[in-house]
Design a protein around this ligand. Structure first.
Ligand SMILES: [Zn+2]
Length: 284
């Protein structure tokens, strides 16, 4: 099953660029279907209120329950103090499977990382070329899986690509997505040096064509099992651990979990505790 782990959906309210105005999903879904993409991870566009944007996204995900998987967008600074509540609602009520943070808004704080840790969901962080922050964040939260879009830079910063590849090799809980990466040899290097378990296919739809982005993965010419990990296996593994039951928030507010030493058995790739929604689970 092919999963696109990076796509935007819904409307923004800033209206100064495509990425804060609207991410129309219909054309994307048509193109993705034609390309053989079965499921897509979606998150909102830039917005002045991510709680509103996430709720809007949840309504859209409900229209396409078999195809869309939501990630909650949070602004680490502006949403300070309410991140956990936002994530709890997204995970338990809407069955979202991850958190998206954009470094352009603010880099992830402990509050954001602890929410990801509590719900055992991946944290997708667009570092906008500032790959050095990953080396600070990821070792602090070894039980949180960090997905770095665009191999560290949408803007073709080759230094960031180099840094992210080194981090993929060195840090077990750091992953990268392939969306929008133009310099093809950095994708080759990422898979060759860090291994196919550390790279996830993403398109950055609807603005980039999912079929075109998918073709880049095909062009890597990998053995089928390696290609399958990149095209969906890794995404499923990272999302499968989510704690979707209610009550996590209560436990969290009573005693905020302290960062702890990882155990061999529950490191970054902990086994599934709870299934994905049935429709996805059947495909595992
Ligand atoms: Zn994006």
């Amino acid at each position: 099953m092919i999963i696109d782990c990076h796509c935007h959906a819904g409307k923004g309210d800033i209206l100064t660029a495509p990425w804060n105005t609207e991410a129309p999903i219909k054309a994307y879904l048509r193109r993705a279907r034609a390309a053989g993409i079965a499921r897509t991870v979606v998150f909102p566009v830039f917005h002045t209120d991510y709680d509103t944007a996430n709720a809007q996204l949840a309504r859209l995900v409900a229209v396409y329950p078999g195809r869309l998987i939501g990630f909650a967008f949070v602004h680490a600074a502006r949403d300070a103090g309410r991140v956990f509540a936002m994530v709890e609602k997204a995970v338990t009520k809407w069955r979202f499977r991850g958190i998206k943070v954009h470094g352009h808004d603010a880099m992830p704080t402990r509050e954001v990382c602890e929410a990801a840790q509590a719900f055992r969901i991946p944290l997708l962080v667009d570092v906008g070329g500032r790959a050095q922050v990953i080396d600070l964040l990821a070792p602090q939260y070894p039980a949180v899986n960090f997905i770095i879009p665009h191999l560290g830079s949408f803007g073709d910063d080759w230094r960031a690509h180099q840094q992210v590849i080194d981090l993929l090799i060195r840090l077990p809980n750091v992953f990268a997505d392939t969306s929008g990466v133009r310099r093809f040899d950095y994708l080759v290097q990422a898979v060759k040096r860090a291994g196919p378990r550390k790279v996830l296919f993403g398109s950055d739809g609807p603005w980039l064509h999912p079929g075109l982005e998918l073709h880049k993965i095909r062009l890597l010419g990998l053995p089928p099992d390696s290609e399958a990990l990149i095209l969906g296996g890794n995404a499923l593994r990272l999302m499968r651990t989510a704690r979707v039951e209610t009550g996590v928030g209560l436990a969290f507010s009573q005693a905020r979990p302290q960062p702890r030493e990882p155990r061999r058995s529950d490191g970054p790739e902990v086994e599934a505790h709870l299934p994905l929604p049935e429709v996805v689970e059947r495909q595992l």
